[in-house]
Every structure is written in structure tokens, then in C-alpha cells.
Write a protein that binds this ligand. Sequence first.
Ligand SMILES: [Zn+2]
Length: 61
Amino acid sequence: MGRQDLVCARCSGLVIEGRCPTCRASREYLRRNSVTLSPQLLLAILAVVMVLTALAVRHAT
Ligand SMILES: [Zn+2]
């Protein structure tokens, strides 16, 4: 399911094309979410890896 295929309920056009204010608002919302989600996920994964590494180092010595 792709975000590119989302259809606007107001103008029945593709949201990605931004034909009406609702489209543009939805497009902006989706873009902001997709941008903010990835770095946060990466940071969370990085934090887990760092904790695991610290634990491994502590156990090794
Ligand atoms: Zn629209």
C-alpha cells in the first residue's frame, strides 16, 4: 500500500498531486511523518545497539 496512491475525499484526485487545500495538507502531513519517523527509528536502533555493545564489553572484561 503506497502513499502515492491515496485519493482525496474532497476532490477525488490523487493526494500527491495537491489539487485542493485538503490534498496539500494531507500531503504535507504524510511527508512530515515519513521524514520524522525514520531518524527516530534509526536513533532507537542505534541506542539498542550501543547498550548491547556496552553490555558485551562489560562481560568480556
Ligand atoms: Zn483534494
